[in-house]
Design a protein around this ligand. Structure first.
Ligand code: EPU
Length: 421
């Protein structure tokens, strides 16, 4: 197993190219189950998670060919309806094959994904939405079994205790594309990845109105066709590099990055003292030396994304004062606190909040990556810290950051991999 070594304290400089969005690619790849025709998907990041989705599609009977960042997905024999535990358990995103399989085959058996370190992560909203379309669903032996004679459009409220759900919206929207009649989803997720999925479905021939809003109207069609589609840039990768620049007080440039999808972060960074602006199609990040403390609460889009909470907390550990961080999407997504504290941060949990008392310096230490975004927070902390940080279990990073080591080295960071003994 590899560990990542970072010799911290070096400012970064130069330009980094942002990859395609992981969380748009996963449901879009799953959506290819809705057609018998080939689909070409461009700007797919080569990550462990997109490869896992490729493996799942192959196990369901598709032929998946990755060439650089293009995935060509076409039918190969009869489509299967069972998504096995061995694959679904490794990646929660694979649960979004449920809607397309049910819609296309009228039956689906998909392993329950289970919880993970960021929270319990139930699937009640997915099941509520698909049941409202007429599916008979039961859960047995760790699998969701869904059957239907004919999916029928309905009015569905998809709001949950923490607001909308990204993948429940994806599952229900995909199922509704081939249902009979009109489906209205209220309190649909407005995340750009869901809008991207909707645009992909429209390119396949689906009829969807209200894209990007919490009110989606889907008029079922008899058949969907293949298409050629380019995925949006990864806003979480873009945001991670923005926060990294702020924490290391480095002026850097993002190429093909997200700006409009990151307004909540850009706004918070301006309060921190970091200017983020667009110029000639590039995104420039210009931090100040002093990092101002800024409190922040995560919300569904267009609020501050939970997937940037850990990284923002790493930045706040170096602020000139106290900040308060609350995660309203995953209230327990704070596993990174203890690892950041190992590097000299002063963070404590009180109820639903993390209270971050800024320190002058972080110091390199051996730390453990626990999930994808927590690992990104450790990278940011390691780059800003004095001395050497060793990040163990970096396979988490490979799930969501394409060519991370190469990109960091190109920015002038002193980063390399070593085998753990
Ligand atoms: N929720 C329910 N019931 C459900 C589904 C969700 O109560 O049936 C709750 C969750 O427990 C959570 C909230 O609703 O409190 C939002 O969860 P959501 O369903 O939106 O999350 P998700 O769709 O499973 C996607 C991303 C996550 C990202 C969340 C929130 C993918 C593949 N995953 O997950 O990304 O954190 O939306 O924005 O799109 C990551 O990339 O690191 C990652 C974890």
């Amino acid at each position: 197993m590899d560990k990542l070594i970072i010799e911290g304290g070096k400012p970064l400089k130069g330009e980094v190219k942002i990859s395609g969005s992981k969380n748009a690619a996963l449901p879009i790849m799953a959506a290819t189950l809705l057609t018998d025709e080939p689909c070409v998907i461009r700007n797919v990041p080569r990550l462990r998670d997109t490869m896992t989705m490729g493996k799942l599609l192959i196990s369901l009977g598709k032929d998946v060919d990755f060439n650089n960042n293009t995935a060509v997905i076409k039918p190969k024999g009869k489509l299967g309806h069972v998504a096995e535990y061995e694959i679904v358990a490794t990646m929660r995103g694979s649960f979004c094959v449920l809607g397309p399989l049910l819609s296309k085959l009228r039956k689906a058996k998909v392993s329950l994904p289970g919880g993970c370190v960021i929270g319990i992560r139930p699937v009640d909203l997915h099941l509520k939405g698909l049941s409202a379309l007429g599916a008979k669903i039961d859960i047995a032996n760790g699998f969701v079994n869904a059957r239907v004679r004919q999916l029928k459009g309905n009015n569905i409220y998809l709001g949950g205790v923490s607001g909308s759900s990204v993948l429940a919206t994806a599952n229900v929207m995909m199922a509704a594309t081939l249902a009979k009649g009109v489906t209205i989803i209220e309190s649909a997720a407005c995340e750009p990845e869901i809008a991207d999925l909707a645009k992909f479905l429209v390119a396949m021939g689906a009829k969807i109105k209200g894209i990007g809003s919490p009110h989606l109207k889907i008029t079922g069609v008899a058949k969907l066709k293949g298409t050629n589609y380019r995925i949006i840039p990864d806003r979480i990768e873009s945001g991670t590099y923005m926060i990294m620049a702020a924490a290391t007080r480095s002026t850097i440039t993002l190429r093909q990055g997200s700006f409009n999808h990151l307004i909540a972060l850009v706004d918070k960074l301006s309060e921190v003292g970091t200017k983020v602006y667009q110029e000639k199609g590039l995104i420039k990040i210009q931090p100040k030396k002093i990092i101002k403390p800024v409190s922040m609460t995560t919300h569904p889009y267009p609020g501050f994304p939970t997937d940037l909470q850990a990284q923002f907390m790493a930045l706040m550990t170096l602020a000139n004062g106290v900040s308060l961080i609350i995660d309203k999407v995953y209230p327990d997504r704070f596993i990174h606190i203890s690892e950041l504290n190992r590097m000299g941060a002063h963070i404590r949990r009180e109820g639903l909040s993390a209270i971050v008392e800024g320190v002058r310096n972080l110091y390199g230490a051996p730390v453990m990556a626990s999930d994808l975004r927590a690992s990104a927070a450790l990278i940011i902390a390691g780059l800003a810290a004095k001395g050497r940080t060793e990040i163990h279990r970096i396979y988490h990073l490979e799930r969501g950051y394409e060519n991370l080591d190469e990109k960091l080295c190109a920015l002038g960071a002193s980063v390399w991999r070593e085998k753990t003994s």
